[in-house]
Design a protein around this ligand. Structure first.
Ligand code: ZN
Length: 115
């Protein structure tokens, strides 16, 4: 069985402030103002971008947020496609924001933060 989920050639690892401005609702900042497609949740890599239909969809991993791909991004039109529901994505993004001030904690996610 192939394991597309861990195809690292199609994954990019970024810092939180590379993808969002760190204020307000982080998950809302992932999307452009015209298209906020929170309902389109894809647990596995979408075969095509939901907007431009390109097959160049990358997994995006954010340091300190989630150990693995947090959401998908089209390499052509930069459309964001969520992997988790909006609220959960926001929680993970907030974790990265918290760790921003404490870099020595990178990689460690306290379970209590999810309660
Ligand atoms: Zn696209």
């Amino acid at each position: 069985m192939s394991n597309l989920l861990f195809d690292f050639s199609k994954t990019r690892l970024v810092m939180l402030d590379d993808v969002v401005s760190i204020k307000g609702s982080l998950v809302e900042n992932l999307f452009d103002n015209s298209i906020k497609d929170y309902e389109n949740v894809h647990k596995k890599r979408p075969s095509k971008c939901t907007r431009c239909k390109s097959s160049n969809v990358l997994g995006v991993e954010i340091m300190g947020a989630y150990d693995g791909i947090l959401f998908w991004e089209c390499d052509i039109c930069e459309n964001t496609i969520l992997r988790f529901k909006k609220d959960l994505t926001e929680k993970y993004l907030q974790l990265a924001k918290g760790l921003w001030t404490n870099p020595s904690d990178w990689g460690y996610v306290p379970p209590s933060k999810f309660n």
